[in-house]
Design a protein. Structure first.
Length: 257
Protein backbone atom coordinates (compact mmCIF):
# COMPACT_ATOMS: atom_id res chain seq x y z
CA UNK A 1 0.00 0.00 0.00
CA UNK A 2 1.28 3.50 -0.91
CA UNK A 3 2.25 5.64 2.02
CA UNK A 4 0.23 8.87 2.01
CA UNK A 5 3.48 10.88 2.06
CA UNK A 6 4.54 9.12 -1.17
CA UNK A 7 1.46 10.35 -3.02
CA UNK A 8 2.26 13.52 -5.00
CA UNK A 9 0.64 16.75 -3.91
CA UNK A 10 -0.24 17.49 -7.55
CA UNK A 11 -0.69 14.96 -10.32
CA UNK A 12 -1.41 15.94 -13.93
CA UNK A 13 -1.98 13.69 -16.92
CA UNK A 14 -2.90 15.01 -20.35
CA UNK A 15 -3.61 18.48 -18.95
CA UNK A 16 -4.87 20.88 -21.61
CA UNK A 17 -6.26 24.40 -21.69
CA UNK A 18 -7.56 25.97 -24.89
CA UNK A 19 -8.23 29.71 -25.11
CA UNK A 20 -9.99 30.64 -28.35
CA UNK A 21 -8.03 28.95 -31.13
CA UNK A 22 -4.84 28.75 -29.06
CA UNK A 23 -3.80 25.73 -27.02
CA UNK A 24 -2.25 27.34 -23.94
CA UNK A 25 -1.36 24.06 -22.19
CA UNK A 26 -0.57 21.16 -24.48
CA UNK A 27 -1.08 17.77 -22.83
CA UNK A 28 1.07 18.17 -19.70
CA UNK A 29 2.11 15.17 -17.58
CA UNK A 30 3.86 15.89 -14.28
CA UNK A 31 3.86 15.32 -10.52
CA UNK A 32 4.65 17.79 -7.74
CA UNK A 33 5.95 15.98 -4.63
CA UNK A 34 5.37 16.89 -1.00
CA UNK A 35 8.15 18.40 1.06
CA UNK A 36 9.93 19.96 -1.91
CA UNK A 37 10.10 23.19 -3.90
CA UNK A 38 9.18 22.60 -7.52
CA UNK A 39 10.17 25.46 -9.80
CA UNK A 40 8.03 26.24 -12.82
CA UNK A 41 10.32 28.18 -15.13
CA UNK A 42 10.04 29.60 -18.59
CA UNK A 43 9.61 32.81 -20.57
CA UNK A 44 6.60 35.10 -20.11
CA UNK A 45 3.58 33.77 -22.00
CA UNK A 46 4.62 30.12 -21.91
CA UNK A 47 1.62 29.06 -19.79
CA UNK A 48 2.96 29.17 -16.22
CA UNK A 49 0.15 31.30 -14.76
CA UNK A 50 -2.50 29.29 -16.62
CA UNK A 51 -1.10 26.09 -15.15
CA UNK A 52 -1.18 27.55 -11.65
CA UNK A 53 -4.78 28.72 -12.07
CA UNK A 54 -5.69 25.21 -13.19
CA UNK A 55 -4.08 23.75 -10.05
CA UNK A 56 -6.05 26.01 -7.69
CA UNK A 57 -9.28 25.58 -9.67
CA UNK A 58 -9.77 29.08 -11.09
CA UNK A 59 -8.97 28.33 -14.75
CA UNK A 60 -11.78 27.70 -17.25
CA UNK A 61 -11.80 25.06 -20.00
CA UNK A 62 -9.38 22.63 -18.37
CA UNK A 63 -9.35 19.07 -19.71
CA UNK A 64 -7.35 16.01 -18.79
CA UNK A 65 -6.72 14.64 -15.30
CA UNK A 66 -5.57 17.06 -12.59
CA UNK A 67 -5.70 16.14 -8.91
CA UNK A 68 -4.43 17.82 -5.74
CA UNK A 69 -3.97 15.56 -2.70
CA UNK A 70 -6.05 12.98 -4.57
CA UNK A 71 -9.01 15.36 -5.07
CA UNK A 72 -10.06 16.99 -8.36
CA UNK A 73 -8.39 20.41 -8.63
CA UNK A 74 -10.68 23.14 -7.37
CA UNK A 75 -12.71 20.86 -5.06
CA UNK A 76 -14.17 22.53 -1.97
CA UNK A 77 -12.21 20.34 0.51
CA UNK A 78 -8.95 21.71 -0.92
CA UNK A 79 -9.61 25.38 -0.21
CA UNK A 80 -8.14 25.40 3.28
CA UNK A 81 -5.20 23.24 2.23
CA UNK A 82 -3.81 25.55 -0.47
CA UNK A 83 -2.19 28.98 -0.25
CA UNK A 84 -2.18 30.87 -3.57
CA UNK A 85 -0.28 34.03 -4.49
CA UNK A 86 -1.08 35.66 -7.83
CA UNK A 87 1.16 38.09 -9.71
CA UNK A 88 -1.26 40.92 -8.93
CA UNK A 89 -1.53 41.53 -5.18
CA UNK A 90 -4.86 40.21 -3.86
CA UNK A 91 -5.41 42.51 -0.90
CA UNK A 92 -7.83 45.23 0.19
CA UNK A 93 -6.22 48.63 -0.36
CA UNK A 94 -8.37 50.38 2.28
CA UNK A 95 -7.14 48.07 5.06
CA UNK A 96 -3.78 47.94 6.76
CA UNK A 97 -1.46 45.00 6.25
CA UNK A 98 -2.45 43.61 9.64
CA UNK A 99 -6.17 44.12 9.01
CA UNK A 100 -5.90 42.23 5.72
CA UNK A 101 -4.35 39.27 7.49
CA UNK A 102 -6.90 39.39 10.33
CA UNK A 103 -9.75 39.46 7.81
CA UNK A 104 -8.47 36.47 5.84
CA UNK A 105 -7.71 34.57 9.05
CA UNK A 106 -11.38 35.00 9.99
CA UNK A 107 -12.44 33.80 6.52
CA UNK A 108 -10.31 30.69 7.05
CA UNK A 109 -12.02 30.09 10.39
CA UNK A 110 -8.83 30.30 12.45
CA UNK A 111 -9.72 30.80 16.15
CA UNK A 112 -9.10 34.40 17.26
CA UNK A 113 -6.30 33.67 19.75
CA UNK A 114 -4.47 31.43 17.29
CA UNK A 115 -5.10 33.94 14.50
CA UNK A 116 -3.27 36.67 16.40
CA UNK A 117 -0.20 34.46 16.68
CA UNK A 118 -0.37 33.43 13.03
CA UNK A 119 -0.80 37.01 11.83
CA UNK A 120 2.27 38.17 13.78
CA UNK A 121 4.32 35.23 12.51
CA UNK A 122 3.26 35.78 8.89
CA UNK A 123 4.13 39.49 9.08
CA UNK A 124 7.54 38.62 10.50
CA UNK A 125 8.14 35.89 7.89
CA UNK A 126 7.74 38.38 5.04
CA UNK A 127 9.56 41.21 6.86
CA UNK A 128 6.51 43.47 7.19
CA UNK A 129 6.28 43.88 10.96
CA UNK A 130 7.38 47.51 10.71
CA UNK A 131 4.67 48.19 8.11
CA UNK A 132 1.85 46.26 9.77
CA UNK A 133 -0.23 49.36 10.48
CA UNK A 134 0.26 50.98 7.06
CA UNK A 135 -2.63 51.10 4.61
CA UNK A 136 -1.81 48.74 1.77
CA UNK A 137 -2.70 51.55 -0.66
CA UNK A 138 0.42 53.33 0.58
CA UNK A 139 2.77 50.35 0.26
CA UNK A 140 5.19 49.73 -2.59
CA UNK A 141 4.56 47.04 -5.18
CA UNK A 142 7.02 44.68 -3.51
CA UNK A 143 5.43 45.25 -0.12
CA UNK A 144 1.96 44.58 -1.55
CA UNK A 145 3.22 41.29 -2.94
CA UNK A 146 4.53 40.38 0.49
CA UNK A 147 1.16 41.11 2.10
CA UNK A 148 -0.39 38.64 -0.37
CA UNK A 149 2.28 36.09 0.50
CA UNK A 150 1.63 36.59 4.22
CA UNK A 151 -2.08 35.94 3.62
CA UNK A 152 -1.21 32.72 1.77
CA UNK A 153 0.85 31.52 4.75
CA UNK A 154 -2.11 31.69 7.15
CA UNK A 155 -3.45 28.34 8.27
CA UNK A 156 -0.20 26.49 7.44
CA UNK A 157 -1.34 25.29 3.98
CA UNK A 158 -0.07 21.95 2.74
CA UNK A 159 0.47 23.35 -0.76
CA UNK A 160 1.74 26.82 -1.68
CA UNK A 161 1.20 27.96 -5.27
CA UNK A 162 3.31 31.07 -5.80
CA UNK A 163 3.19 32.94 -9.11
CA UNK A 164 6.45 34.92 -9.40
CA UNK A 165 6.47 35.95 -5.71
CA UNK A 166 9.91 37.58 -5.78
CA UNK A 167 9.43 39.96 -8.71
CA UNK A 168 10.57 43.49 -7.83
CA UNK A 169 12.24 42.50 -4.56
CA UNK A 170 15.80 43.37 -3.61
CA UNK A 171 18.42 40.55 -3.51
CA UNK A 172 18.50 40.34 0.30
CA UNK A 173 14.73 39.98 0.60
CA UNK A 174 14.66 37.46 -2.25
CA UNK A 175 17.26 35.38 -0.41
CA UNK A 176 15.29 35.57 2.84
CA UNK A 177 12.04 34.52 1.14
CA UNK A 178 13.72 31.54 -0.52
CA UNK A 179 15.10 30.53 2.88
CA UNK A 180 11.52 30.76 4.18
CA UNK A 181 10.23 28.57 1.34
CA UNK A 182 12.87 25.94 2.11
CA UNK A 183 11.99 26.00 5.80
CA UNK A 184 8.27 25.57 5.07
CA UNK A 185 8.95 22.65 2.71
CA UNK A 186 11.28 20.97 5.19
CA UNK A 187 9.53 21.56 8.52
CA UNK A 188 5.92 21.20 7.37
CA UNK A 189 6.57 18.75 4.50
CA UNK A 190 4.53 21.17 2.42
CA UNK A 191 4.65 21.17 -1.35
CA UNK A 192 5.62 24.44 -3.01
CA UNK A 193 5.04 25.20 -6.69
CA UNK A 194 6.75 28.48 -7.52
CA UNK A 195 6.99 30.12 -10.93
CA UNK A 196 9.66 32.45 -12.24
CA UNK A 197 11.14 33.64 -15.51
CA UNK A 198 14.45 34.38 -13.73
CA UNK A 199 16.64 31.38 -14.36
CA UNK A 200 19.01 31.91 -11.44
CA UNK A 201 16.11 31.10 -9.11
CA UNK A 202 16.08 27.61 -10.62
CA UNK A 203 19.17 26.79 -8.60
CA UNK A 204 17.14 27.24 -5.40
CA UNK A 205 14.57 24.55 -6.30
CA UNK A 206 14.61 20.83 -5.56
CA UNK A 207 12.97 20.04 -8.90
CA UNK A 208 12.32 21.94 -12.09
CA UNK A 209 9.60 21.97 -14.68
CA UNK A 210 10.90 23.97 -17.66
CA UNK A 211 8.15 25.25 -19.95
CA UNK A 212 8.05 26.57 -23.48
CA UNK A 213 4.98 27.31 -25.62
CA UNK A 214 2.57 25.47 -23.33
CA UNK A 215 4.68 22.33 -23.04
CA UNK A 216 7.03 20.93 -20.41
CA UNK A 217 10.38 20.47 -22.11
CA UNK A 218 12.31 19.25 -19.06
CA UNK A 219 11.40 17.73 -15.69
CA UNK A 220 14.46 17.14 -13.53
CA UNK A 221 16.46 18.42 -10.57
CA UNK A 222 18.95 21.25 -11.29
CA UNK A 223 22.11 19.16 -10.87
CA UNK A 224 20.85 16.32 -13.07
CA UNK A 225 19.67 18.77 -15.71
CA UNK A 226 23.07 20.48 -15.91
CA UNK A 227 24.89 17.15 -16.09
CA UNK A 228 22.53 15.77 -18.74
CA UNK A 229 22.91 18.84 -20.94
CA UNK A 230 26.61 19.34 -20.21
CA UNK A 231 26.19 22.94 -19.06
CA UNK A 232 27.34 25.03 -16.10
CA UNK A 233 23.95 26.64 -15.39
CA UNK A 234 20.27 25.81 -15.66
CA UNK A 235 19.80 28.78 -18.01
CA UNK A 236 22.38 27.36 -20.40
CA UNK A 237 20.66 23.96 -20.20
CA UNK A 238 17.28 25.57 -20.94
CA UNK A 239 18.66 27.42 -23.97
CA UNK A 240 20.34 24.25 -25.23
CA UNK A 241 17.05 22.34 -24.99
CA UNK A 242 15.17 25.15 -26.76
CA UNK A 243 17.78 25.30 -29.55
CA UNK A 244 17.52 21.53 -30.04
CA UNK A 245 13.73 21.77 -30.23
CA UNK A 246 13.88 24.59 -32.77
CA UNK A 247 16.32 22.64 -34.90
CA UNK A 248 14.03 19.59 -34.77
CA UNK A 249 11.04 21.72 -35.78
CA UNK A 250 12.93 23.19 -38.74
CA UNK A 251 14.07 19.73 -39.81
CA UNK A 252 10.53 18.38 -39.52
CA UNK A 253 9.18 21.31 -41.55
CA UNK A 254 11.77 20.72 -44.27
CA UNK A 255 10.91 17.02 -44.41
CA UNK A 256 7.20 17.79 -44.86
CA UNK A 257 7.94 20.14 -47.75
Amino acid sequence: MMNLSDEPAIRARGLRVIRGSRQVLDGLDFDVPRGQITGLLGPSGCGKSTLMRAVVGTQAKVTGDLTVFGEPAGSAPLRSRIGYVTQAASVYRDLTARQNLEYFAAILGIPRKEARTQVEQALADVDLTDHAEALTANLSGGQLSRVSLAVALLGAPELLVLDEPTVGLDPVLRRDLWNLFHRIASEREAAILVSSHVMDEAERCHRLLLMRSGRIIADDDPDALRVRMGTATVEEAFLKIVDAEKAAEIEKGSAVQ
